[in-house]
Design a protein around this ligand. Structure first.
Ligand SMILES: [Zn+2]
Length: 406
């Protein structure tokens, strides 16, 4: 082995051990040196050295003293310092972009919500992102915040991080290297992730320790994504492009190139299109009256109103959407056998009928042994939680072996 290799190995070992200690402290909240030594398997003298290094870098701080069993006297408590650096987090939703400055634990320091309308389905979104990220960089400077260590962008679609590509039905992007684009422009590390995954991270953080072993998180906000939590962690082996699994052989064409994808068969857009067609055929009488009486354009809200007032044709449309969702959920149950399904959805889930239909349909299709103790939970992840999820994802990358030197 040559000398360069040996130096390289020593530096790598140092980084591995520092991250082991730092990530243990991040996970524990407050912890004393003897407990860190016990849990990381490193010697007390190594812990002393590493903690001194982390203190010097301001990545941890001393926060008080506690009786320690391990040393038989008081030991100093160490805590992760979330203010060691700043993160820019961006979450792209159906008709808006949320962009924020946060600390390393996802606490929001400054947040903006930008309505983007039609631009969400085009490359115009890039100019909006560029403008907002630059304005956050200026804001961070004006507030004298710690350096920006990373930018996280959460998008709907398939994110292949190793190839840095985004393929997105909602954004109508076939293949685009968003990471490279912004890193070339800003010279700050950019981390991309699918926004069902970042929302899942926010859920996981919020519910820490309260979870069953095997859970499926179903995100119905932009398309349909699934995440599997196994042993309180995101199961990285599951890619989650559930929205593009087929549920109807000759169904309508999807942006992905396939036909009859579940997210084409059950979505707000499909419900709107189907009701619009029925109105043209002279059906959906109650809906028609509501639109005419109130002078309103066709919207999901008016459709739900017509359903509440007893429109049978509207009911059939919503029922079909719920049934397709139920077919999908039955498939999920038979593949994962989860103990709990957490469903996030702001719009589709406002209609209790769709959800109830889906659960009933899933129950009639999946193995009874799998459904009898299965729990369903509805959540509505708000924009602050979604931003927090993006920051948590960036922090994971920053404190990963492949991340920057601290
Ligand atoms: Zn598709």
């Amino acid at each position: 082995m040559n000398i360069e290799n040996e130096i390289g190995n020593v530096q790598l070992m140092q980084k591995i051990n520092r991250l082991k200690v730092l990530n243990f402290i991040r996970q524990k909240g407050e912890v004393a040196r003897p407990e860190i030594a016990k849990n990381t398997g490193l010697s007390p003298s190594s812990i002393t050295n590493i903690v001194s290094y982390l203190l010097e870098k301001k990545l941890v701080m001393e926060v008080g003293r506690v009786d320690s069993k391990e040393v038989g006297r008081k030991a100093t408590l160490i805590r992760f310092n979330p203010s060691a650096a700043t993160i820019i987090s961006v979450n792209i939703e159906t008709s808006k972009v949320d962009a924020a400055l946060t600390d390393l634990e996802g606490n929001i320091l400054h947040k903006k919500e930008i309505a983007v309308g039609h631009a969400i389905k085009s490359f115009e979104i890039l100019n909006i992102l560029k403008k907002e990220i630059n304005s956050l960089i200026n804001e961070a400077e004006a507030r004298n915040l710690p350096h920006i260590a990373g930018i996280g962008i959460a998008v709907s679609g398939l994110v292949l991080d190793d190839k840095k590509l985004v393929i997105s039905s909602s954004l109508k992007w076939r293949e685009f290297s968003l990471k490279e684009y912004f890193e070339d422009l800003l010279h700050i590390p950019v981390y991309l992730q699918n926004n069902s995954r970042t929302k899942a991270l926010a859920v996981l953080k919020k519910k820490q320790g309260e979870f069953e072993k095997n859970i499926v998180f179903l995100d119905l906000t932009m398309g349909i994504g699934i995440i599997n939590f196994y042993d309180q962690k995101i199961n990285e082996a599951v890619i989650g492009e559930f929205g593009h699994t087929s549920v109807k052989k000759d169904g309508p064409l999807c942006f992905c190139g396939n036909r009859g994808c579940i997210e084409v068969m059950c979505s707000v857009e499909t419900i709107l299109n189907q009701c619009s067609e029925l109105l043209d055929q002279g059906k959906c009488k109650i809906l028609k009256n509501i639109l005419e009486d109130e002078g309103l354009p066709l919207s999901y809200e008016t459709i739900i109103k017509a359903f509440d007032e007893g429109d049978g044709d509207v009911r059939d449309v919503l029922k079909e959407c719920g049934e397709y969702l139920g077919v999908g959920i039955a498939n999920i149950i038979n593949i994962f056998n989860p103990q709990r399904i957490i469903i996030n959805g702001d719009i589709l889930l406002t209609c209790g009928f769709i959800f109830e239909t889906a659960v009933k349909e899933a129950g009639s299709r999946a193995y009874e042994q799998f459904t009898k103790d299965l729990k369903y939970e509805k959540v509505n992840i708000d924009s602050e939680q979604a931003i927090r999820g993006v920051s948590l994802f960036v922090a994971e990358k920053l404190f990963d072996l492949a991340g920057p030197e601290w």
